[in-house]
Design a protein around this ligand. Structure first.
Ligand SMILES: [Zn+2]
Length: 82
């Protein structure tokens, strides 16, 4: 059954479901990159909306003991402009 999304809260645009890649963060730390996540995406401004059950599934996934598909290393940099 398709998930239904309300119109965009910010611009009133139509929100359609897409499969996106989520950078899952806990505070400052990137703890996982999750592919193939169903999310509502506003067709005008690009705002993303997640259903509660999808958020729960992502939480379960990042805390699971299952071995990830792949582990990646990303550089950490800091911008120093004042
Ligand atoms: Zn929008």
């Amino acid at each position: 059954m398709p998930r239904i999304y309300h119109k965009c809260h910010f611009c009133g645009g139509k929100v359609l479901e897409r499969r996106i890649i989520v950078d899952y963060r806990w505070g400052d730390e990137l703890i996982a990159v999750i592919k193939n996540v169903p999310a509502g995406v506003c067709q005008i401004c690009g705002e993303q909306y997640f259903k509660a059950e999808i958020v729960k599934e992502m939480e379960k996934l990042v805390h699971s003991k299952e071995k990830p598909k792949k582990t990646i290393h990303v550089p950490l940099r800091e911008l120093t402009v004042v």
